[in-house]
Design a protein around this ligand. Sequence first.
Ligand SMILES: *Cc1c(COP(=O)(O)O)cnc(C)c1O
Length: 230
Amino acid sequence: MVETLAAAYAAVQQKIEAAARRAGRPVSAVRLMAVSKGFPRAAVDAAMAAGLRLFGENRVQEAEEKFTEPSDIELHLIGHLQRNKARTAAAVFSCVQSIDKTETAESLDARCAERGMVMDVLLELNASGEQSKSGFADRDQLLRGLDAISRLSHLRVRGLMTVGPLCNDATRIRSAFSLLRTLFEEIRGSGQTAFDTLSMGMSGDFESAIEEGSTLVRIGTALFGPRQPR
Ligand SMILES: *Cc1c(COP(=O)(O)O)cnc(C)c1O
């Protein structure tokens, strides 16, 4: 397991470097997240042995069960957060990338206040307009959310996140990423000084995401192999 994972990691890293080079961006501008959802703790241990330090999970309870020991890794939530899971989320994650409602952010802020901590968050945009996906429905709703969430003193809005459209249309995928990049630059230019993270790109589309400006790619399958359906 450790050897295959190290080989997969090296292959992904090479593609990240090539994509960054094509875009004229420094490789250091792109962080690699290992998405360990659906895989057991042993997979996390193998990834840590290979040198990975940033992990993503999409379910609060699964993450809580898998990441029990304190360690030097960083763990982000990348799946939908329900308000009643905000307390656990504040305890388990260092960043919630999938904020898609002001009310959820308010619950998370209150739990972080109780713990005396400030948590990083990203706002998720449903960039493809697919109904099945979470995220703020459009630009205006996201900007309204940002306005309210920026005022919460125990959350720090670090940027934006999206899941690209699930299709084989490279042009459509790219334009979804480009749209988010434009919005990101616009918000950053308007004085959101902590805005430094643009999370986009998964196993199937991370190279175009990097070419379109992604600063954090979320990779599961390309590192760990196929997940069991659930
Ligand atoms: C599962 C998941 C990923 C990783 O997907 P792969 O295609 O396996 O790389 C990335 N982001 C989110 C939000 C996910 O749910």
